[in-house]
Design a protein around this ligand. Structure first.
Ligand code: KIV
Ligand code: ZN
Length: 517
C-alpha cells in the first residue's frame, strides 16, 4: 500500500437488502434480512442499506429491527426526495447506533422530462430541500443523482455542489442503467473533483449497475479517480443485471494492491458464508463460473493445471480459497459421522449456525446419509441452504407420496402445514410434478403463474440430490423458490412451497412510484 492509509480507505456500502431485493424474483422476509444484516456486520461492512422504509410495512420493520440490532455498521434507509419518505426513513432508523438517510432524485434530461416531468430548476430546488430536510433529522445524509452518469455535466456539478452545501456528507454517483465504461466513468469522477468547489467536504461514492458486465470495472476506475465509497451487493444481485459484486470489489482490492493501492475493512474470509446465505434466501443460485464465489472459482480441471497446482499453488491460483472463506477439508462425511464432525464440517464450509439449526441440519444429514453412500460438500451446502431457505416459511411441506409410471394417471398425496395446522389433499395431473403442484394449489389457492421450473443435480450419480428452482409470477411481481432432496418430486414440492412463501412476502410490498433505481 502506498500513500496515506486513511485517504486510501474504501468505504464498503452494501445494498443487498435494498437494490438486491429489487432483483426480479428476489424476496426476503424479516428473519432472513436479520440474518443477512448479522453476516454483513460480522464481515465488517461499513454501511448497510437495510431497505426503503416507505416502500411497505415490511420494509419499515426490517430497517427498524436492523437498526435496533446492528451496532458497528452504519444502518441506512433509502428515501425519495419527499418529506414523507424522509420522515419514514428517520423514524425507522431512530434506534440505530449509527445511521444514514440516503435520498435521491433523477437529474438526467431523460429522467427529468419523462419520469419526473419536472424542469431542471425545480429538480435543483428539490435537491436542496430534500437534503436540508433530511439533515435536520439525522447527521449523516447521502444524496444520489439518479441516472448520474447520463446527466449533463454543468447540471450535475450544480446539483452536487448544492447537495453538499445543504449538508450531504456523501454524494453518490450512480450509473443507474449500467451504461458507462471505465475510462468515461473515471473522467466523470475526475471532472467533479475539478469543478465542484466544495467537493472536499463530502465523500464521493459510486453505485454501478451491471447491464454491460462492467459494474466492478467501473467502480474500480472511479476509485482510481478519487471515489472513496463503493455501493455493491453480495453475489452482485440487484435490478436487472445487478450491481457491482461486493466480493469482486473486495478481492480485487486485496489481490491487486500493487495496482490498486486501496484497502477496506471487510474480512474477506466471511465472503463465502455471505454468498451462500444470500443465495439460499433469494433462491438465486450462483453461476458455477462466477468470480470469487462460483463453484468453479477455485476448481482446476485440466491435467496440466492440476499438475502445476501440485507443484506450486501460485501457478494457477491468484488468491487462496481460504482467503474467501473456503476451507479445504479432509473430513469425509458418511453415515457414521457424528455430530462433532458434522459441526466441524459446517464450520469448514463457512456456516456459523445456532444449536437448533445444527440439530436440524444434522437430522437431515443423517437421513441423507442413509439414502446416499457418499455425502459431498455440495450435498451439505444444499441441505443447509434448504433449511435456511424455509426456516421462517408460513407454509411447510409435511409429507408427499406420488404414484406415477405407465399404469395410470399420476397422483400426488400431500400434507402441508399452513400457519401451524396440517392440511391434506390428493390431486392428479399431467405427470407427477404437475400432480404435485396441483395438490399444492388445492391447499393454497392462488392465481400465480409458473414461469420457471428447473432441476439440477447437486453432484454426480443417480443418487444425487436434486436442486429445484421454481419461479412464480403474480400481478407483475415474481419470486423464486428453491428446494433440495434426493427425491426430485420432494425437492419440487419444497421449491414450489418456498416460492409461495416468497409471494406472501411480496404481497405486502406496494411498489413505490418511481422506484426504478
Ligand atoms: O441505481 C440507482 O440509481 C440507485 C439509486 C437509488 C442510488 O439505486
Ligand atoms: Zn441501483
Amino acid at each position: 500500500m502506498t500513500g496515506n492509509a486513511d485517504q486510501n480507505r474504501i468505504i464498503i456500502f452494501d445494498t443487498t437488502m435494498r437494490d438486491g431485493e429489487q432483483s426480479p424474483g428476489a424476496s426476503m422476509n424479516l428473519e432472513e434480512k436479520l440474518q443477512i444484516a448479522d453476516t454483513l456486520e460480522r464481515m465488517g461492512v461499513d454501511v448497510i442499506e437495510a431497505g426503503f422504509a416507505i416502500a411497505s410495512n415490511g420494509d419499515f420493520q426490517a430497517v427498524n429491527e436492523i437498526a435496533k440490532r446492528v451496532k458497528t455498521s452504519r444502518v441506512c434507509s433509502l428515501a425519495r426526495a419527499h418529506r414523507a419518505d424522509i420522515d419514514r426513513a428517520a423514524e425507522a432508523l431512530r434506534p440505530a447506533a449509527v445511521k444514514r438517510i440516503h435520498t435521491f432524485l433523477s437529474t438526467s434530461p431523460l429522467h427529468m422530462k419523462y419520469k419526473l416531468q419536472m424542469e431542471p430548476e425545480a429538480v435543483h430546488q428539490a435537491v436542496i430541500d430534500s437534503v436540508s430536510y433530511a439533515r435536520n433529522l439525522v447527521d449523516d445524509v447521502e444524496w444520489s443523482p439518479e441516472d448520474g452518469s447520463r446527466t449533463e455535466h454543468d447540471f450535475l456539478c450544480r446539483c452536487v455542489e448544492s447537495a453538499i452545501k445543504a449538508g450531504a456528507g456523501t454524494v453518490n454517483i450512480p450509473d443507474t442503467v449500467g451504461y458507462t465504461v471505465p475510462e468515461e466513468f473515471a473522467e466523470l469522477i475526475r471532472m467533479l473533483f475539478n469543478r465542484v468547489p466544495n467537493i472536499d467536504r463530502a465523500t464521493i461514492s459510486v453505485h454501478c449497475h451491471n447491464d454491460l458486465g462492467l459494474a466492478v470495472a467501473n467502480s474500480l476506475a472511479a476509485i482510481g479517480a478519487g471515489a472513496r465509497q463503493v455501493e455493491c451487493t453480495i453475489n452482485g444481485i440487484g435490478e436487472r443485471a445487478g450491481n457491482a459484486a461486493l466480493e469482486e470489489i473486495v478481492m480485487a482490492l486485496k489481490t491487486r494492491g500493487d495496482r490498486l493501492p486501496y484497502w477496506c475493512g471487510v474480512d474477506s474470509t466471511q465472503i463465502m458464508k455471505a454468498s451462500r446465505l444470500v443465495s439460499a434466501v433469494t433462491g438465486f443460485q450462483v453461476q458455477n463460473n462466477k468470480a470469487i464465489v462460483g463453484a468453479n472459482a477455485f476448481a482446476h480441471e485440466a491435467g496440466i493445471h492440476q499438475d502445476g497446482m501440485l507443484k506450486h499453488a501460485g501457478t494457477y491460483e491468484i488468491m487462496s480459497p481460504e482467503s474467501v472463506g473456503l476451507v479445504k477439508s479432509t473430513l469425509v462425511m458418511g453415515k457414521h459421522s457424528g455430530r462433532h464432525a458434522f459441526r466441524q464440517k459446517l464450520r469448514d464450509l463457512g456456516y456459523d449456525l445456532g444449536d437448533n439449526a445444527v440439530e436440524d441440519a444434522f437430522r437431515r444429514f443423517k437421513d441423507l446419509a442413509d439414502k446416499k453412500k457418499d455425502v459431498f460438500d455440495e450435498d451439505i451446502i444444499a441441505l443447509v441452504d434448504d433449511n435456511v431457505a424455509r426456516a421462517h416459511d408460513r407454509v411447510k411441506l409435511v409429507s408427499l407420496g406420488v404414484v406415477c409410471g405407465t399404469k395410470g394417471p399420476p397422483q400426488a398425496d400431500l400434507e402441508l402445514e399452513i400457519d401451524g395446522s396440517v392440511h391434506a389433499t390428493k390431486a392428479t395431473g399431467d405427470g407427477p410434478v404437475d400432480a404435485t403442484f396441483n395438490a399444492i394449489k388445492a391447499l393454497v389457492p392462488h392465481a400465480a403463474r409458473l414461469l420457471l421450473y428447473q432441476v439440477h443435480a447437486v453432484t454426480e450419480g443417480t443418487d444425487a440430490q436434486a436442486e429445484v428452482t421454481v419461479r412464480l409470477e403474480e400481478n407483475g411481481r415474481s419470486v423464486n423458490g428453491w428446494g433440495a432432496d434426493t427425491d426430485t418430486l420432494v425437492a419440487s414440492a419444497r421449491a414450489y412451497v418456498n416460492a409461495l412463501n416468497g409471494l406472501f412476502v411480496k404481497r405486502e410490498k406496494a411498489a413505490p412510484q418511481a422506484l426504478s433505481a
